[in-house]
Design a binder for this molecule. Structure first.
Ligand code: HEC
Ligand code: HEC
Ligand code: HEC
Ligand code: HEC
Ligand code: HEC
Ligand code: HEC
Ligand code: HEC
Ligand code: HEC
Length: 256
């Protein structure tokens, strides 16, 4: 046999050897079992048990959310696109939780600036610049993301009514309505804030912390007695601490 031919056969044999070794390690064990070009997804931790269900089932139990979603900019997005497959959840909602993320990165999956995508189809924001100090869901309700800001804008003249604050701070209002301060408007403690309403991150509200502040309504000899608000003596009642070291401002008979 000529030398050239022998070398050629050796090189060829090495290639075949390398190919077979690589194939052995790279191709999944279940290759072929499930049809052409498919491997068993379980090997990659994909949960076969998860299945998408008819979305009208979600509306049966989550009527309010479903109703608010169908009038908003997210109306075309399926609940399960954001919350994951729901087959287990509908069987037992308290044990089988849905996925739920309020992180900025989650919204960025669809809205982050990306020149390769059309911004007329999905509006884009630069998430390194757009209101960076806060979670998206503090300002945008995920189920009707544009309505809140539009409502806030059209209600600016009602800046002295708690309703305008509740548009963005509904979670705080839920805490407040459970407690003794339910009748005290947000503005009585935080002041009015037209700039804050227009651009929350750029203009912060006043946050009361001094004893004298609470004393304006509760201090014996300071607050007018006629209002029937419970009074304490500022010079006696737990003088070592600030009021809010113990009382939670939004629900004052709950303690820290
Ligand atoms: C665009 C993504 C998106 C879509 C579509 C969506 N959700 Fe949500 N959902 C969220 C996010 C984000 C939260 C978490 C909000 C938070 O933490 O403040 C949430 C929270 C919830 C909650 C918890 C309660 C609450 O109000 O925080 C329920 C229940 C819920 N969604 C049900 C649904 C149902 C039912 C649908 C379909 C009608 C749906 N969601 C569609 C993103 C979405
Ligand atoms: C049989 C009624 C029922 C159906 C159907 C149902 N849910 Fe729920 N869902 C609930 C209840 C009850 C809770 C509150 C569970 C808790 O807090 O323990 C809940 C909670 C949630 C939450 C908050 C996160 C969590 O898991 O606690 C999300 C998100 C959610 N559901 C989305 C959906 C979606 C999407 C669908 C449709 C695929 C759906 N739900 C169908 C009853 C239901
Ligand atoms: C699965 C993709 C997807 C996800 C995830 C998603 N969105 Fe959207 N969003 C859309 C689409 C599609 C529209 C409608 C087209 C448009 O107006 O950009 C929309 C519209 C909006 C609008 C209205 C823009 C306007 O002025 O018309 C806002 C605001 C918004 N989304 C915020 C959010 C926030 C906040 C989150 C996270 C809780 C989120 N989106 C998650 C796809 C998504
Ligand atoms: C502090 C409040 C605030 C936060 C936090 C916030 N936004 Fe906004 N967003 C606004 C306001 C106000 C507008 C409308 C005016 C504007 O364009 O700036 C808006 C507009 C948008 C729009 C429409 C842009 C357009 O071209 O019309 C999208 C999409 C959006 N936001 C997505 C997001 C996402 C995603 C996040 C989180 C990464 C987020 N927003 C966080 C207040 C907020
Ligand atoms: C458009 C949505 C929006 C409206 C309307 C709004 N806020 Fe805010 N507010 C926010 C966001 C977002 C933050 C968090 C700001 C940040 O950290 O960037 C915030 C923060 C605050 C803080 C904390 C400031 C701090 O220093 O920690 C107070 C207090 C507050 N808001 C009170 C109010 C009151 C009172 C009203 C009504 C007069 C109101 N807000 C209306 C979105 C809003
Ligand atoms: C009785 C006075 C009082 C009223 C009424 C009140 N707050 Fe507050 N709020 C406080 C105090 C005090 C703090 C600071 C709490 C702390 O630092 O521990 C605070 C803190 C906050 C914060 C900062 C985040 C936090 O939870 O600490 C926000 C946002 C806020 N309030 C919004 C509101 C809104 C919206 C309303 C109306 C629904 C409201 N507040 C009504 C006293 C009040
Ligand atoms: C604008 C006036 C106002 C301010 C400011 C105010 N409160 Fe109140 N507070 C009220 C009213 C009204 C009630 C409900 C009537 C009542 O029960 O005294 C109340 C109730 C309470 C109660 C429950 C009293 C009871 O046993 O019935 C406590 C505790 C309290 N406030 C603590 C505080 C603290 C701490 C602060 C400061 C962070 C504060 N308040 C600021 C008006 C105010
Ligand atoms: C060291 C914790 C602590 C501090 C600080 C504190 N409190 Fe209290 N406060 C309590 C406790 C506990 C109660 C309920 C038991 C009681 O009646 O003494 C209470 C009760 C009250 C009541 C209801 C009184 C009644 O007659 O039912 C008011 C009003 C009140 N506090 C306001 C304030 C104000 C305003 C401040 C700040 C100037 C303040 N507290 C500081 C712990 C505290």
């Amino acid at each position: 046999m000529p030398n050239q031919l022998r070398n050629l056969i050796i090189v060829f044999a090495i290639f075949v050897g390398l190919f077979l070794t690589a194939r052995h390690f790279l191709v999944p064990k279940t290759f072929g079992d499930l049809g052409h070009y498919r491997a068993d997804a379980l090997q990659y931790n994909i949960d076969h048990e998860k299945k998408f269900v008819d979305t009208t089932l979600c509306s049966n139990c989550h009527t309010d959310i479903s109703n608010s979603k169908y009038v908003g900019a997210h109306k075309l997005i399926n609940c399960q696109t954001c919350h994951g497959a729901g087959n287990k959840h509908i069987e037992n909602p308290t044990i089988n939780k849905m996925e739920k993320s309020s992180e900025r990165e989650f919204c960025a999956k669809c809205h982050a600036k990306n020149l390769a995508r059309s911004s007329t189809v999905i509006k884009q924001v630069d998430i390194t610049k757009h209101n960076i100090d806060s979670k998206c869901v503090n300002c945008h309700n995920p189920h009707s993301p544009e309505i809140k800001m539009a409502q806030v804008a059209s209600n600016q003249n009602k800046k002295d009514e708690p309703a305008i604050c509740i548009m963005c701070h509904d979670k705080i209002d839920k805490i407040k309505t459970k407690g003794m301060h339910k009748s005290v408007p947000c503005q009585s403690c935080h002041g009015e804030g037209l700039n804050h309403i227009k651009s929350p991150s750029k203009s912060n509200m006043f946050k009361p912390s001094k004893r004298e502040f609470c004393g304006k309504c509760h201090g014996i000899g300071i607050a007018p007695k006629s209002k029937g608000i419970k009074q304490i003596d500022l010079k006696e009642h737990n003088i070592e601490n600030k009021c809010i070291d113990c009382h939670i401002g939004h629900n004052p008979l709950e303690f820290k």
